[in-house]
Design a protein around this ligand. Structure first.
Ligand SMILES: Nc1nc2c(ncn2[C@@H]2O[C@H](COP(=O)(O)OP(=O)(O)O)[C@@H](O)[C@H]2O)c(=O)[nH]1
Ligand SMILES: [Mg+2]
Length: 255
C-alpha cells in the first residue's frame, strides 16, 4: 500500500531563518551555513526574516548581505511573531526545497545537508530528532528539557507517528509539501508543531534523522512556554481532529 519513493532533482535549498534581536549570533550563524552548504555543493539562499528587532540585527544583515550575495535580508513590517516571521519567509522563498533554521546557531548546518540528501532521495519532508541514537543536545536547560519531553510524549500518544521531537522547528520540506500545508494558521512558536503534524495528517512521506542542538551562546531565548502552552494544545487538537475526522479531504494526492 505504501508508495515507492523515487529520487528527485532539486535546484535550490532555501533556508528560512527567523531572527529577532540576534545581532550577537546572526553573523556566525550565516557564515557557518554558507560555508557548509558551499562545501557540500548545495545551491542555497539564506532568507532571514527580522520582525521587530530593536538591536543591530538589521545593520549586521545589511553589511553581511553585501559580502555574501545569497543572503536575502527581509523585514516583516506587519504584525510580529515567530510563526508570522517564518510564514513571511516561506512566502518569499524561491527554492524547491526549504529548511527552517534558527538564528542563534543552535541548529547544525551539517544536519541540514543530511536533510537535503533525504529530500533528493524522494521524501517529502525530513524531521530531525535530538532524542534518538546519534542525536545530541548541548547545554539544554533542564526545565525546558523536562517540559519538552512531556510535550513530545503527549503529541506522540495523540498521533502515534513515531517521532519524539515534533516541537523542534529545524526540519525540511519540499516547496510542494509546504504548499500542501497551507493555509498556515500559527502566528507564534506553535508553527513548529503545525508543520510536521500537518505533514503527517496529510500523508506526506517523512524521514527521521538524528540531529545535534546546541544552546545559544549570546542573546536571550524568546520562547515563553506559559504563553505558548495553550496555543500548542490548540494546534495539536486541530490536527488531531483533521487527521481522524476529515475523511482525508486534505490529504496529499499521490504522484
Ligand atoms: N522573526 C522573529 N524571530 C523570532 C521571534 N521569536 C523568536 N525568533 C527567532 O526564532 C529562533 C528561536 O528562538 P529562541 O529565542 O532561540 O527560542 P528557543 O531556542 O526555543 O529558546 C531564533 O532565531 C530567534 O531569533 C519573533 O517574534 N520573530
Ligand atoms: Mg534558541
Amino acid at each position: 500500500m505504501s508508495e515507492q519513493l523515487t529520487s528527485r532533482e532539486l535546484k535550490l535549498f532555501s533556508v528560512v531563518i527567523p531572527a529577532r534581536d540576534e545581532a550577537g549570533s546572526i553573523e556566525e550563524t550565516l557564515r557557518h551555513m554558507h560555508e557548509e552548504f558551499s562545501r557540500a555543493g548545495i545551491p542555497h539562499e539564506l532568507v532571514v526574516v527580522d520582525d521587530g528587532s530593536t538591536d543591530e540585527t538589521h545593520a549586521v544583515l545589511d553589511r553581511l548581505g553585501e559580502e555574501i550575495p545569497v543572503i536575502r535580508s527581509l523585514r516583516n513590517t506587519g504584525e510580529n511573531g515567530f510563526g508570522r516571521a517564518v510564514v513571511y519567509g516561506l512566502d518569499r522563498a524561491k527554492g524547491d526545497a526549504i529548511t527552517i533554521m534558527m538564528a542563534d546557531s543552535s541548529d547544525s548546518p551539517a544536519d541540514a545537508v543530511k536533510y537535503w540528501e533525504k529530500l533528493k532521495d524522494g521524501y517529502d519532508c525530513v524531521f530531525g530528532s535530538r532524542f534518538i541514537r546519534g542525536g545530541k543536545t548541548v547545554d539544554y536547560p533542564l526545565m525546558k528539557l523536562i517540559l519538552n519531553r512531556m510535550a513530545n510524549g503527549f503529541i506522540r500518544l495523540l498521533f502515534r507517528h513515531g517521532l519524539n521531537d515534533t516541537t523542534n522547528a529545524f526540519k525540511a520540506y519540499t516547496a510542494e509539501t509546504i504548499m500542501g500545508c497551507r493555509p498556515l494558521l500559527s502566528p507564534h512558536f506553535n508553527l513548529t508543531v503545525e508543520l510536521p503534524l500537518k505533514c503527517f495528517a496529510r500523508g506526506y512521506r517523512f524521514a527521521i534523522v538524528p540531529i545535534t542542538w546546541t544552546n545559544r551562546k549570546s542573546g536571550a531565548s524568546k520562547l515563553r512556554i506559559k504563553e505558548m502552552g495553550s496555543r500548542y494544545f490548540f494546534i495539536c487538537m486541530y490536527l488531531w481532529l483533521e487527521k481522524y475526522f476529515s475523511r482525508g479531504d486534505y490529504r496529499r494526492k499521490p504522484g
